[in-house]
Ligand binder design. Structure first.
Ligand code: PGA
Length: 251
């Protein structure tokens, strides 16, 4: 049985005051025992959030990490080993905002994925198509290629220590959610792609859906057979809403 995961990606949001309030709110939630809950705060607040959530059963991750596992001369970056040392467990790799706005290529992401694992973090690999790609009927091709890039570089076994998030770019922050069936179709294709290479990795892989998930649509999405939870942006900035989404994964 795959343990569902619900993760909140706070992106570049927050002030000291709002982060303190959100952390306190999260600490007061009653969370379902069977669900792994995680948050990805902005880098500068990560240690505060880790301290604030001590003993609350919520995992903290980094939104980005360096292309090499260990500390060194790399201005402005944070090494996976440094994140791990302060208590981070996860890192987002390949979020569409980093692919599209920062310009991270598959090659950079392959290095980040490998570095994350070597430095003691579990990567949450994000994949997804743009609206143009979907309308051109290329969704499965694009998502398949993003996944193959990591498999070719790191080997399918590396995915045994990873989570995959399918996030259609057109659904992120837009209020447009993929229908449960649209999301399920892509999740099933991702699992089938893994199945051919390694049945155990495929069966155990947690596949999260991301893109305008809210309390109102979470249960229906998480009820699909290949959707094992969610990666939540905007709705994760409100503790009560996020708590409701976490409960929706606890069926
Ligand atoms: P959203 O973002 O929930 O605000 O659409 C999801 C994400 O980018 O991870």
């Amino acid at each position: 049985m795959r343990r569902p995961m619900v993760a909140g990606n706070w992106k570049m949001h927050g002030t000291r005051a709002s982060v303190a309030e959100l952390t306190e709110g999260l600490g007061n939630l009653s969370l379902p025992a069977g669900v792994e809950v995680a948050v990805f705060p902005p880098a500068l607040f990560v240690t505060e959030v880790i301290n604030g959530l001590q003993g609350k059963g919520i995992i903290v991750g980094a939104q980005n990490s360096a292309i090499q596992p260990e500390q060194g001369a790399l201005t402005g970056e944070v090494a996976p080993s440094q994140w791990a040392e302060v208590g981070c467990k996860l890192v987002l790799i390949g979020h569409s905002e980093r692919r599209q706005i920062i310009g991270e290529t598959d090659e950079v992401l392959n290095r980040k994925f490998a570095a994350a694992q070597a430095g003691g973090l579990t990567p949450v690999l994000c994949v997804g198509e743009t609206l143009e790609e979907r309308e051109a009927g290329k969704t499965l091709e694009v998502v398949g290629r993003q996944l193959s890039s990591i498999i070719d570089a790191c080997g399918v076994k590396a995915l045994a220590n990873a989570v995959i998030a399918y996030e259609p770019v057109w659904a992120i922050g837009t209020g447009l959610t993929a229908t449960p069936q649209q999301a399920q179709d892509v999740h099933a294709a991702i699992r089938a792609q893994l199945q051919v290479l390694d049945a155990e990795v495929a069966d155990n892989m947690r596949l999260l859906y991301g893109g305008s998930v809210k309390a109102a649509n979470a249960a229906e999405l998480f009820g699909m057979p290949d959707i094992d939870g969610g990666l939540i942006g905007g709705a994760s900035l409100n503790a009560d809403e996020f708590g409701a989404i976490c409960r929706a994964a606890g069926h």
